[in-house]
Design a protein around this ligand. Structure first.
Ligand code: FES
Length: 139
């Protein structure tokens, strides 16, 4: 095998340098073309049979606190962020209300303001039941 000439070695070096520069320049391209990462599109609240009427279950949906409440056969889901100043609310199965510990705000089981300084209802979240009876919050 013959030794490459000086000219061939320089051509090879030049080609390799250009190719490496091109690969390095284009390597971030997939990050710009890929869709942005989004929070979980759905979150499971467990089986419907595990949630008795009047009970609630806390979960995280889209990185935010959420609560699923069962009223008879109806299952409702809410963003658990108080609309007054953003504290997380809790479901009280005894009072059948959402209670905010920060300023004693209260929301009814339908998320409507029921007392304290709150004026806007809790945000409703989409909820669906799978054929297997699993409660899903989200689209
Ligand atoms: S933050 Fe909930 S009542 Fe003020």
């Amino acid at each position: 095998m013959a030794e490459p000439s000086r000219r061939e070695a320089l051509d090879l070096f030049l080609f390799t340098s250009i190719a490496a520069t091109g690969v390095a320049a284009l390597s971030p391209l997939p990050f710009f073309l890929a869709p942005p990462l989004s929070p979980a599109a759905r979150a499971s609240a467990g089986l419907r049979t595990s949630l008795g009427s009047g009970q609630g279950k806390s979960l995280i949906y889209g990185g935010r606190p959420a609560i699923v409440v069962r009223r008879g056969d109806e299952i409702l889901a809410f963003d658990a962020t108080c609309t007054h100043a953003g504290c997380p609310v809790e479901w009280s199965p005894e009072k059948k209300e959402f209670l905010c510990p920060c300023h004693k705000g209260r929301f009814g089981a339908d998320g409507a303001p029921a007392g304290g300084p709150v004026r806007k209802p809790l945000a409703r979240l989409p909820v669906a039941l799978s054929p297997a009876g699993e409660i899903w919050v989200g689209e």
